[in-house]
Ligand binder design. Structure first.
Ligand code: NAP
Length: 381
């Protein structure tokens, strides 16, 4: 296995699954960003032969910690190399930086256990091409998509799943579920970093607070399952026990349930087609609990409409949405803009989008750079 993004929230939980499976998996490659001491500790614990870092400086520092017997590769090229060296590749990098892993693993015909939704969303038409490589497979770690993957077992194998009426993505609603627009104007960083049901990295936690995460997940579901975004609906479900559902044309709804625990979808993706007998997130049906569902408030959370609009426009529009959002979230986390400015800033960038069918990686990088430049400009002004 290769675990890229090993030091983060998904990375750390993947390591917990691996510790329970010492004989089933051999971790041969890892990569990370800033946290070099953590990366070195993982390399030592699992005897990892190849490690990816972001810069030459990091390579020198890590080499001092690990010694000459560990091969250290650098940057996007290094990530692409590592993504091709293992049978199972976990992409747990955050943001567009995870693109070389998604493309590299699929090009090499590997099984990609994908947490990094941003790469799939931005590059959907290009990912669709490399996904046709013999042996290539995507298994989604994102809990909602992992649930849908399981609920689709036995569904039609025809493109577009004609026996499916719609996918129902559940959303906890984030920390501000019942807040009014007025109250949302006062949100602080501490409020936004407090997710009610999941403990995750900072970027996805902020995305969950604006519901941009759910918007991105609509695009992710559409790309993963080949189902138009209009057939992907969002249902707010505060308990985060039903991880998503599939409604079939006969009216039957199939759901996947567990306590919120990312180790369950991680274990599902790396263990497939077997189920690893760990019981992460097992539900206790001897205690009473309730399951509530309601529609999201699209007026209060306009990120959802932005995502559906990006899906409707297709081409590079999702790449713009995701890139502008990355810059806006980073600016919020750096105290440059208030929370209430994140989504309007993304909307302003999207207003400037000009249609591009996104036919090459070069076009993707150009679109990504333009959207980031526009977003940066809006942050500094
Ligand atoms: N956390 C969850 O529960 C959850 C659930 C569903 C989906 N996801 C998705 O999974 C992905 C990871 O999320 P997370 O919450 O685990 O994020 P996170 O805790 O911030 O971790 C991100 C990981 O990416 C690494 N990284 C950042 N830039 C990199 C680069 N240029 N090259 C190599 N590694 C780099 C980080 O390294 P350093 O920490 O060393 O800087 C860290 O290991 C995101 O796409 C997110 O949307 C997460």
């Amino acid at each position: 296995m290769a675990l890229l993004g090993a030091t983060g929230s998904i990375g750390t939980q993947t390591l917990e699954v691996l510790r329970r499976e010492p004989d089933a998996f051999d971790l041969i490659a890892i990569a990370g960003g800033q946290r070099l001491s953590e990366l070195a500790a993982i390399a030592k614990e699992f005897g990892v032969a190849r490690v990816g870092v972001v810069s030459e400086d990091d390579r020198r520092t890590l080499s001092g910690m690990l010694g000459a017997h560990t091969e250290i590769v650098v940057g996007a090229k290094g990530l692409a190399e590592l993504s091709q060296c293992a049978d199972v590749v976990v992409n747990a990098v955050v943001g567009f930086a995870g693109l070389p892993v998604t493309i590299g693993a699929l090009e090499a015909g590997r099984r990609l256990a994908l947490a990094n939704k941003e790469s799939l969303i931005a590059a959907a038409p290009l990912v669709a091409k490399v996904r046709a490589t013999q042996g290539a497979q995507i298994l989604p770690i994102d809990s909602e998509h992992c649930a849908i993957h399981q609920c689709l077992a036995g569904s039609s194998t025809e493109p577009g799943h004609p026996d499916v009426r719609r996918l129902l993505l559940t959303a906890s609603g984030g920390p501000f579920r019942d807040w009014s627009k007025e109250r949302l104007a006062e949100v602080t960083k501490a409020d936004a970093l407090q997710h009610p049901t999941w403990s995750m990295g900072p970027k996805i936690t902020i995305d969950s607070s604006t519901l941009m995460n759910k918007g991105l997940e609509v695009l992710e579901a559409s790309a993963l399952f080949g189902i138009e975004a209009e057939r992907v609906d969002i249902v707010v479900h505060p308990q985060s026990i039903v991880h998503s559902m599939v409604e079939y044309v006969d009216g039957a709804v199939i759901a996947q349930l567990s306590e919120p625990d990312m180790r369950l979808p991680i274990a599902y993706c790396i263990g497939s087609p077997e189920r690893l007998a760990h019981g992460w997130g097992r539900l206790d049906f001897t205690r009473s609990f309730s399951l509530d569902f309601q529609a999201p408030d699209r007026n209060v959370f306009p990120a959802l409409d932005l995502a559906y609009e990006a899906a409707r426009r297709g081409g590079a529009a999702p790449a713009w949405l995701s890139a502008a959002n990355e810059i806006a979230v980073e600016a919020f986390l750096n105290d440059q803009i208030p929370w209430s400015r994140i989504v309007p800033l993304v909307a302003q960038v999207m207003d400037q989008y000009e249609e591009d069918p996104l036919e090459s990686l070069e076009a993707l990088f150009a679109n990504d750079a333009t959207a980031r430049r526009l977003a940066h400009g809006m942050v500094t002004h």
